[in-house]
Design a binder for this molecule. Sequence first.
Ligand code: PGA
Length: 223
Amino acid sequence: MRIKNVTYQKACHLIASNIRDLIKTHTTSVLGLATGSTPIGIYQELSKMRDTNFSDTITFNLDEYVGLNGWHPQSYNHFMYEHLFANLTFKKRYFPSVNGVALYDDLIDAYGGIDIQILGIGTNGHIGFNEPNTPRDSKTHVVDLTENTIKDNSRFFDSIDEVPSQAITMGIETIMNTKRIYLVAQGKHKKDILEKAIYGDITPEVPASFLQEHDNLKVFYCD
Ligand code: PGA
């Protein structure tokens, strides 16, 4: 496994192009989408693809906060609307929810699984909201956010007190079951954890390290 060191624009362009190729060659495609600052450039690239028809594509979001309704500006529903769904029409768009938590993995399976999953990485090595020491066999579940993640995400809120303390996330097993993964880390503050995840020991202390066992993973570092 090798980390590709490329510009952020290049990584986003490449990933968006691979999504377009998938969609053009499949009747129905299933995408696993992430939020946060990392994937914004990918969504900008996709939004420009006026020659591609996304109306047979299904999307499953990786995670969502507990306790923010879909129109809250910091909810991931709202984030996706702002950065992608306002620009492109998809067949179905799914988000994990407290009520649907037990059925999310089954729903993904019912569509034949996720073809391409976009992932960022947290500074503590989390993927989705799978914080350190999440079991390898976890499915979609509700999590208590760590102080580290609440602190990292507080930059998007008016104050740290407004950051929800819980979220719903695809589990590590859910992510490992996806057919192809693009993991992107942007910024010097992510370099050490990315290298630890990809070149270090596979350990629940660094949830992203499990990705080393995925047989179709591409990793990009953009400084
Ligand atoms: P970021 O978050 O893209 O906002 O850096 C990534 C993550 O925490 O998974």
